[in-house]
Write a protein that binds this ligand. Sequence first.
Ligand code: IMP
Ligand code: MG
Length: 372
Amino acid sequence: MSIIKLHDLYFKPFINKDQISTITKHLAERIKADLPKDEVPIFVGILNGCFLFAADFIREFKGNCEVSFVKLASYQGTSSTEKIKHLVGINEDLTGRTVIILEDIIDTGRTLQEIYNIFRDKNVKQLKVATLFFKPDVFRKELPIDYIGKNIEDKFIVGYGLDYDGLGRNYPAIYQLTPTPKMKNIVLFGPPGAGKGTQATFLKEMYNLVHISTGDVFRFNIKNQTELGLLAKKYMDEGNLVPDEVTINMLKAEVDKNADAHGFIFDGFPRTESQAKALDEFLAEKGEQINGMVALEVPEDLLVSRLLERGKTSGRPDDMDEIKIRNRFNEYNTKTAILQYYFETQEKYYGINGVGSIEDITQRIARVFDTL
Ligand code: IMP
Ligand code: MG
């Protein structure tokens, strides 16, 4: 999960799908346990926000029940307003019935007050209120709330039915308002020999970013015979990828070492989908994100000759042997190239022609960096 942008605001992951379904399930079980045997309650969802919660809750409720909806509207933007509009009212005869209100969230309690007003003269046997989320710090009323899924702090949330000015209802998880991200984080992408390292050295100066090359960090550790180095070495010498867990932990440590950076150029990372997800998650916790993947596109034969040329001076064992080079391409094509698709679906993929003079390619990349 990454941070999301709705209209002008950013939101970071807060409560995931699984946590929501656990909360929902517990609510359904508690409510069922409190009802007299054979009592058929009528659940009344308060639209719009409750539609996903109500659907999931009702599926978890074991027993007969009826379902209805009331549509109220009070929120504008990210703050509650005094005026609550009734858009759809209640039509059923509720005389003698057990009515259980399903709310997605109770904030100031104005909507709740309105709900109590609506049901006051309906001759119900009992009225209970269940809410998925509750913000205790802003609640201003002396009204009972019978079932609370989860108390949350007073920060605006979206997702799972909740919106910010109409957007965000379709996300399966809950996201919390977060300040506008400060960093520019870019994944420099491309097969071995595409020129990622060369370009990164120019771009980090131009944009005041920290360059993290996983290969360089590994090689540094290998040279210094650290624990990580010894572990990484046996994979790298064969042209194989270092296992994700090792790479991810090393990368997180590098990012945390540079907490004040304006952003990072990730070079050689992520290389697998699970690394990409781990990176997204890690940055999202900080309220940051990957702004884009900039990919250098170069034909394979040109890459092989570039790498063999580099091997003459770099001393890298994986650059000197055509079989190892081909093995790296193979790894790239089977495990790494799919990341293009991963970033494309987020509309964050930027392909760049990587053939030409170093300066020309830097200029091509810079035109993309400027927009990110
Ligand atoms: P209240 O009347 O202030 O309790 O607000 C209740 C209604 O405001 C809810 O039914 C939501 O529609 C909306 N609301 C309150 N807090 C949030 C939030 O954090 N995100 C999205 N909508 C919210
Ligand atoms: Mg609501």
